[in-house]
Design a protein around this ligand. Structure first.
Ligand SMILES: Nc1ncnc2c1ncn2[C@@H]1O[C@H](COP(=O)(O)OP(=O)(O)OP(=O)(O)O)[C@@H](O)[C@H]1O
Ligand SMILES: [Mg+2]
Length: 149
């Protein structure tokens, strides 16, 4: 699954669809790490990804809460959506109870994962979203399958 792939997205909807497709291949215990600058589309990606896992609730940014947990009911697997943007020190992650999510029975997706890379388990899938200023404003390059950000 950690094969390197590159996708081009030209709209918010395309990013959602790419993420939705990627979620179809997700399995228990998988950790997806998203990196990329402010506003590049990490939360958009998370929305599509959650949809792909069958989450029915609206997926919103967990910036202030660090993690939003969508436990399995109708959906295929529990979905744990993190945003590490506000993590200043690694110890602050302990308060989130992250280990139960990382090593639980669901799928984790972590925005700003590069900020907490010390605690990311080996085998996580890194996904980088890049803008390209030589391209139209909504252009994004989505590179998945690297070993780190
Ligand atoms: N191809 C695209 N893919 C995703 N989002 C796009 C694309 N083109 C334009 N956008 C816009 O870029 C913005 C992405 O916002 P989003 O909140 O997903 O970014 P983010 O990476 O999560 O930011 P933050 O670092 O603040 O969490 C949205 O306003 C979205 O409509
Ligand atoms: Mg975000």
């Amino acid at each position: 699954m950690n094969k390197r792939s590159e996708y081009i997205s030209l709209s918010r909807d395309q990013t959602c669809s790419i993420a939705e497709e990627m979620a179809a291949g997700a399995a228990t215990g998988d950790i997806y790490c998203l990196s990329g600058e402010l506003g590049c589309g990490k939360t958009v990606f998370a929305k599509g990804f959650g949809k792909g896992l069958g989450v029915r609730a609206e997926i919103t940014s967990p910036t202030f809460t660090i993690v939003n947990a969508y436990e399995a009911s109708a959906q295929r697997l529990p979905f744990y959506h993190f945003d590490a943007y506000r993590i200043e020190r690694l110890e602050a992650m302990d308060d989130t109870g992250y280990e139960e999510y990382f090593y639980g029975g669901g799928v984790c997706l972590i925005e700003w994962a590069e900020r907490i890379q010390e605690i990311i388990p080996p085998g996580a899938v890194w996904i980088r979203i890049e803008k390209d200023f030589s391209q139209p404003e909504d252009f994004r390059r989505i590179i998945s399958g690297g070993e780190t950000f």
